[in-house]
Design a protein around this ligand. Structure first.
Ligand code: HEC
Length: 155
């Protein structure tokens, strides 16, 4: 940090302050998460604090820090083979990938793997793209900042 001038530093701070940049609306995303996602998922940080949804909800994987990471890698969750395979192919959960997945998980997996027999274990679809983007903006709050900071430190 000692080689960075004050101006560059405040530019850096500004760019962090404006992260993450998602198209959706966080508040609308929170209520959509509550009505559509928390029957199966929650958001629990490394310390075990439940930041969204209910404790002990393990039907679907913990969604803490999901944006920006590889699909299918939450420890101890038994994913379907297709989602794990997509993750191993180098895909990362960014906004566009997750919109496609949320609108139709099975079709997303089939297209991504070019395999008509690919299957999703998530039997739920978000009905419209705007709601999917709102939920993604909501989820983007959890874990992303820590990851940016770790990247900035070069760890
Ligand atoms: C009926 C239960 C259920 C509902 C409702 C549900 N999911 Fe899921 N979700 C799952 C399951 C099960 C998986 C694991 C899928 C697999 O292994 O193929 C999953 C996987 C995911 C993943 C991949 C996570 C990872 O670790 O790679 C994301 C992202 C996700 N769901 C988001 C959502 C969002 C957002 C909603 C609300 C719009 C939602 N899900 C609603 C059951 C559900």
């Amino acid at each position: 940090m000692k080689f960075i001038t004050g101006a560059a530093l405040s530019a850096l701070t500004l760019s962090f302050a404006s992260l993450p940049a998602f198209a959706g609306d966080i508040e609308a995303g929170e209520s959509a998460f509550q009505s559509q996602c928390q029957n199966c998922h929650n958001v629990t940080n490394e310390a075990g604090d439940v930041l969204a949804g209910r404790p002990n909800m393990r039907t679907g994987p913990n969604l803490y820090g999901v944006i920006g990471r590889q699909p299918g890698v939450v420890d101890g969750f038994r994913y379907g083979a297709s989602l794990v395979e997509v993750g191993e192919s180098g895909v990362v959960w960014d906004e566009e990938v997750m919109v496609a997945y949320l609108l139709d998980p099975t079709t997303y997996l089939r297209d991504a793997l070019d395999d008509r027999r690919a299957r999703s274990q998530m039997s739920f679809r978000v009905r419209d793209e705007a709601t999917a983007r709102d939920i993604i903006a909501f989820l983007g709050q959890f874990g992303a900042v820590e990851k940016e900071e770790a990247a900035a430190e070069g760890s």
